[in-house]
Design a protein. Structure first.
Length: 266
Protein backbone atom coordinates (compact mmCIF):
# COMPACT_ATOMS: atom_id res chain seq x y z
CA UNK A 1 0.00 0.00 0.00
CA UNK A 2 1.33 3.42 -0.95
CA UNK A 3 1.24 6.01 1.82
CA UNK A 4 0.77 9.66 0.91
CA UNK A 5 2.91 12.28 2.55
CA UNK A 6 1.18 15.19 4.22
CA UNK A 7 2.26 17.42 1.32
CA UNK A 8 0.81 15.02 -1.24
CA UNK A 9 -2.44 14.72 0.69
CA UNK A 10 -2.73 18.50 0.80
CA UNK A 11 -2.10 18.77 -2.94
CA UNK A 12 -4.74 16.16 -3.71
CA UNK A 13 -7.22 17.94 -1.44
CA UNK A 14 -6.59 21.26 -3.15
CA UNK A 15 -7.02 19.63 -6.55
CA UNK A 16 -10.37 18.16 -5.52
CA UNK A 17 -11.52 21.51 -4.15
CA UNK A 18 -10.58 23.27 -7.39
CA UNK A 19 -12.48 20.73 -9.45
CA UNK A 20 -15.54 21.14 -7.25
CA UNK A 21 -15.34 24.92 -7.54
CA UNK A 22 -15.11 24.70 -11.32
CA UNK A 23 -18.18 22.49 -11.44
CA UNK A 24 -20.07 24.91 -9.19
CA UNK A 25 -19.16 27.90 -11.36
CA UNK A 26 -20.18 26.05 -14.49
CA UNK A 27 -23.51 25.21 -12.91
CA UNK A 28 -24.08 28.83 -11.93
CA UNK A 29 -23.21 30.06 -15.41
CA UNK A 30 -25.65 27.67 -17.01
CA UNK A 31 -28.57 29.12 -15.06
CA UNK A 32 -28.49 32.41 -16.98
CA UNK A 33 -29.90 32.86 -20.47
CA UNK A 34 -27.55 31.56 -23.13
CA UNK A 35 -26.47 33.53 -26.18
CA UNK A 36 -28.23 32.55 -29.42
CA UNK A 37 -26.22 30.14 -31.54
CA UNK A 38 -28.29 30.48 -34.71
CA UNK A 39 -26.82 32.33 -37.68
CA UNK A 40 -28.21 35.76 -38.65
CA UNK A 41 -31.30 35.53 -40.82
CA UNK A 42 -30.86 35.59 -44.58
CA UNK A 43 -32.50 38.29 -46.70
CA UNK A 44 -35.21 35.89 -47.90
CA UNK A 45 -36.12 35.02 -44.31
CA UNK A 46 -36.24 38.67 -43.27
CA UNK A 47 -38.43 39.54 -46.26
CA UNK A 48 -40.84 36.75 -45.32
CA UNK A 49 -41.30 38.22 -41.83
CA UNK A 50 -41.87 41.69 -43.26
CA UNK A 51 -44.46 40.27 -45.68
CA UNK A 52 -46.41 38.56 -42.86
CA UNK A 53 -50.11 39.14 -43.66
CA UNK A 54 -51.00 39.91 -40.02
CA UNK A 55 -48.80 43.03 -39.81
CA UNK A 56 -50.64 46.30 -39.27
CA UNK A 57 -51.45 48.49 -42.29
CA UNK A 58 -49.83 51.50 -40.59
CA UNK A 59 -46.62 49.51 -40.17
CA UNK A 60 -46.60 48.59 -43.84
CA UNK A 61 -46.94 52.26 -44.73
CA UNK A 62 -44.05 53.06 -42.40
CA UNK A 63 -41.94 50.45 -44.21
CA UNK A 64 -41.65 52.77 -47.20
CA UNK A 65 -39.60 55.22 -45.18
CA UNK A 66 -37.89 52.93 -42.68
CA UNK A 67 -36.55 50.24 -45.07
CA UNK A 68 -36.92 47.40 -42.55
CA UNK A 69 -35.26 44.72 -44.69
CA UNK A 70 -32.00 46.66 -44.83
CA UNK A 71 -32.27 47.68 -41.18
CA UNK A 72 -32.85 44.17 -39.84
CA UNK A 73 -30.02 42.78 -41.95
CA UNK A 74 -27.72 45.56 -40.71
CA UNK A 75 -28.62 44.78 -37.10
CA UNK A 76 -27.90 41.10 -37.70
CA UNK A 77 -31.15 39.71 -36.29
CA UNK A 78 -31.21 36.02 -35.48
CA UNK A 79 -33.62 33.50 -33.92
CA UNK A 80 -33.50 33.27 -30.15
CA UNK A 81 -31.92 36.68 -29.58
CA UNK A 82 -32.72 38.88 -26.58
CA UNK A 83 -33.14 42.52 -27.58
CA UNK A 84 -34.01 45.89 -26.08
CA UNK A 85 -35.86 48.49 -28.16
CA UNK A 86 -35.26 51.84 -26.46
CA UNK A 87 -37.93 54.52 -26.75
CA UNK A 88 -40.18 51.93 -28.36
CA UNK A 89 -43.16 54.24 -28.90
CA UNK A 90 -45.99 52.27 -30.43
CA UNK A 91 -43.76 49.26 -31.09
CA UNK A 92 -43.04 49.31 -34.83
CA UNK A 93 -39.40 48.23 -34.39
CA UNK A 94 -40.16 46.10 -31.35
CA UNK A 95 -42.53 43.93 -33.36
CA UNK A 96 -40.08 43.45 -36.23
CA UNK A 97 -37.37 42.42 -33.78
CA UNK A 98 -39.74 40.05 -32.00
CA UNK A 99 -40.91 38.41 -35.21
CA UNK A 100 -37.34 37.72 -36.29
CA UNK A 101 -36.28 36.56 -32.80
CA UNK A 102 -39.10 34.00 -32.84
CA UNK A 103 -40.80 32.20 -29.95
CA UNK A 104 -37.51 31.43 -28.20
CA UNK A 105 -36.37 35.06 -28.26
CA UNK A 106 -37.44 38.08 -26.27
CA UNK A 107 -37.71 41.81 -26.98
CA UNK A 108 -37.94 44.29 -24.14
CA UNK A 109 -39.81 47.35 -25.42
CA UNK A 110 -38.80 50.29 -23.22
CA UNK A 111 -40.92 53.35 -22.59
CA UNK A 112 -39.88 56.00 -20.07
CA UNK A 113 -42.30 57.00 -17.30
CA UNK A 114 -43.95 60.39 -17.69
CA UNK A 115 -45.24 62.47 -14.78
CA UNK A 116 -44.87 59.47 -12.51
CA UNK A 117 -46.89 57.11 -14.70
CA UNK A 118 -47.13 55.46 -18.09
CA UNK A 119 -47.52 57.62 -21.22
CA UNK A 120 -50.38 56.85 -23.66
CA UNK A 121 -48.03 54.97 -25.99
CA UNK A 122 -47.51 52.30 -23.34
CA UNK A 123 -51.10 51.09 -23.72
CA UNK A 124 -50.63 50.85 -27.50
CA UNK A 125 -47.41 48.94 -27.01
CA UNK A 126 -48.98 46.57 -24.51
CA UNK A 127 -51.84 45.86 -26.90
CA UNK A 128 -49.35 45.07 -29.67
CA UNK A 129 -47.47 42.71 -27.38
CA UNK A 130 -50.65 40.92 -26.35
CA UNK A 131 -51.83 40.31 -29.90
CA UNK A 132 -48.52 39.33 -31.49
CA UNK A 133 -48.17 35.69 -32.45
CA UNK A 134 -44.82 34.01 -33.01
CA UNK A 135 -42.77 36.44 -30.95
CA UNK A 136 -42.32 37.78 -27.44
CA UNK A 137 -42.57 41.51 -26.67
CA UNK A 138 -42.16 42.50 -23.02
CA UNK A 139 -43.19 46.15 -22.46
CA UNK A 140 -41.11 47.74 -19.69
CA UNK A 141 -41.60 51.11 -18.04
CA UNK A 142 -38.06 52.19 -17.16
CA UNK A 143 -36.10 55.45 -17.14
CA UNK A 144 -33.53 55.86 -19.90
CA UNK A 145 -30.58 56.17 -17.55
CA UNK A 146 -31.30 53.11 -15.37
CA UNK A 147 -32.17 50.22 -17.68
CA UNK A 148 -30.58 47.35 -15.75
CA UNK A 149 -33.38 46.23 -13.46
CA UNK A 150 -35.24 43.11 -12.44
CA UNK A 151 -36.86 43.08 -15.88
CA UNK A 152 -33.55 43.39 -17.74
CA UNK A 153 -30.66 41.74 -15.85
CA UNK A 154 -27.10 42.84 -16.53
CA UNK A 155 -25.18 41.25 -19.42
CA UNK A 156 -28.19 39.43 -20.91
CA UNK A 157 -28.92 41.39 -24.10
CA UNK A 158 -27.68 40.54 -27.58
CA UNK A 159 -29.05 43.67 -29.25
CA UNK A 160 -30.17 47.16 -28.25
CA UNK A 161 -31.79 49.60 -30.68
CA UNK A 162 -32.67 53.29 -30.50
CA UNK A 163 -34.55 54.36 -33.61
CA UNK A 164 -34.80 58.07 -34.51
CA UNK A 165 -35.14 59.30 -30.95
CA UNK A 166 -31.58 59.90 -29.73
CA UNK A 167 -31.97 63.56 -30.78
CA UNK A 168 -35.14 63.91 -28.68
CA UNK A 169 -33.20 63.11 -25.52
CA UNK A 170 -31.42 66.44 -25.93
CA UNK A 171 -34.60 68.33 -25.09
CA UNK A 172 -35.82 65.94 -22.41
CA UNK A 173 -33.06 66.38 -19.85
CA UNK A 174 -31.98 62.74 -20.17
CA UNK A 175 -28.47 61.90 -18.99
CA UNK A 176 -27.34 60.32 -22.25
CA UNK A 177 -23.99 59.28 -20.83
CA UNK A 178 -25.72 57.35 -18.05
CA UNK A 179 -28.13 55.83 -20.58
CA UNK A 180 -25.32 54.61 -22.84
CA UNK A 181 -23.46 53.14 -19.86
CA UNK A 182 -26.67 51.42 -18.78
CA UNK A 183 -27.05 49.88 -22.26
CA UNK A 184 -23.41 48.82 -22.12
CA UNK A 185 -24.00 47.06 -18.79
CA UNK A 186 -27.12 45.31 -20.09
CA UNK A 187 -25.42 43.87 -23.18
CA UNK A 188 -23.34 40.72 -23.35
CA UNK A 189 -19.79 40.97 -24.55
CA UNK A 190 -20.11 41.10 -28.34
CA UNK A 191 -23.62 42.54 -28.15
CA UNK A 192 -24.56 45.37 -30.51
CA UNK A 193 -26.14 48.79 -30.00
CA UNK A 194 -27.75 50.23 -33.15
CA UNK A 195 -28.76 53.88 -33.34
CA UNK A 196 -30.55 55.53 -36.28
CA UNK A 197 -31.43 59.22 -36.43
CA UNK A 198 -31.99 62.29 -38.59
CA UNK A 199 -28.61 63.68 -39.60
CA UNK A 200 -27.51 67.16 -38.59
CA UNK A 201 -24.79 69.30 -40.13
CA UNK A 202 -21.18 68.97 -38.98
CA UNK A 203 -20.50 70.92 -35.80
CA UNK A 204 -24.14 71.22 -34.71
CA UNK A 205 -23.97 68.42 -32.14
CA UNK A 206 -27.32 68.15 -30.38
CA UNK A 207 -28.11 71.88 -30.62
CA UNK A 208 -30.86 71.45 -33.25
CA UNK A 209 -32.65 68.57 -31.55
CA UNK A 210 -35.74 70.59 -30.63
CA UNK A 211 -35.85 72.82 -33.72
CA UNK A 212 -34.87 70.75 -36.76
CA UNK A 213 -35.14 67.41 -34.93
CA UNK A 214 -31.66 66.45 -36.10
CA UNK A 215 -28.39 65.42 -34.48
CA UNK A 216 -24.83 65.20 -35.75
CA UNK A 217 -23.70 61.62 -36.38
CA UNK A 218 -20.15 62.21 -35.16
CA UNK A 219 -21.54 63.71 -31.95
CA UNK A 220 -23.55 60.53 -31.30
CA UNK A 221 -20.49 58.42 -32.05
CA UNK A 222 -18.36 60.30 -29.52
CA UNK A 223 -20.99 60.00 -26.81
CA UNK A 224 -21.53 56.27 -27.32
CA UNK A 225 -17.85 55.43 -27.59
CA UNK A 226 -17.29 57.29 -24.29
CA UNK A 227 -19.41 54.59 -22.64
CA UNK A 228 -16.99 51.87 -23.79
CA UNK A 229 -18.49 50.88 -27.14
CA UNK A 230 -16.58 50.47 -30.39
CA UNK A 231 -18.05 51.54 -33.73
CA UNK A 232 -18.51 48.39 -35.82
CA UNK A 233 -20.32 49.63 -38.94
CA UNK A 234 -22.19 52.51 -40.56
CA UNK A 235 -25.27 51.91 -42.71
CA UNK A 236 -25.81 54.15 -45.72
CA UNK A 237 -29.20 52.81 -46.85
CA UNK A 238 -31.07 55.81 -45.36
CA UNK A 239 -28.58 58.50 -46.41
CA UNK A 240 -29.59 61.32 -48.76
CA UNK A 241 -26.59 63.47 -49.74
CA UNK A 242 -28.91 65.95 -51.46
CA UNK A 243 -30.53 66.96 -48.17
CA UNK A 244 -28.90 70.27 -47.07
CA UNK A 245 -29.89 69.43 -43.46
CA UNK A 246 -30.77 73.07 -42.77
CA UNK A 247 -34.47 72.52 -42.11
CA UNK A 248 -36.62 69.84 -40.50
CA UNK A 249 -38.07 68.53 -43.78
CA UNK A 250 -36.15 68.90 -47.06
CA UNK A 251 -37.82 70.73 -49.91
CA UNK A 252 -39.34 68.95 -52.87
CA UNK A 253 -40.58 65.93 -50.91
CA UNK A 254 -37.17 64.31 -50.79
CA UNK A 255 -36.33 62.10 -47.79
CA UNK A 256 -34.31 63.26 -44.82
CA UNK A 257 -30.65 62.35 -44.63
CA UNK A 258 -30.50 59.70 -41.89
CA UNK A 259 -27.58 57.80 -40.41
CA UNK A 260 -27.42 54.32 -38.88
CA UNK A 261 -24.55 53.40 -36.55
CA UNK A 262 -23.78 49.97 -35.12
CA UNK A 263 -21.63 49.77 -32.01
CA UNK A 264 -20.32 46.64 -30.34
CA UNK A 265 -19.52 45.94 -26.71
CA UNK A 266 -15.95 44.53 -26.62
Amino acid sequence: MRLLTSRARAARCLSAMAAAAAMLLAGCASTGPSAPTAAPLAATQINAFIASPDRRPADRTNDNRRKPAQMLAFIGVRPGMTALDLSAGGGYTSELLARTAGPNGRVYAQVAPRNGGAPPSFATLSDRAKNLSGGNIVPVLLPYDDLVAAEIPARTLDVATLMFNYHDLGGMGVDRGAMNRSVFNALRSGGVYVIADHAGRPGTGVSESTTLHRIEADFVRREVEAAGFRLAAEGDFLRNPADPRDRETPEGGQPKDEFVLKFVKP
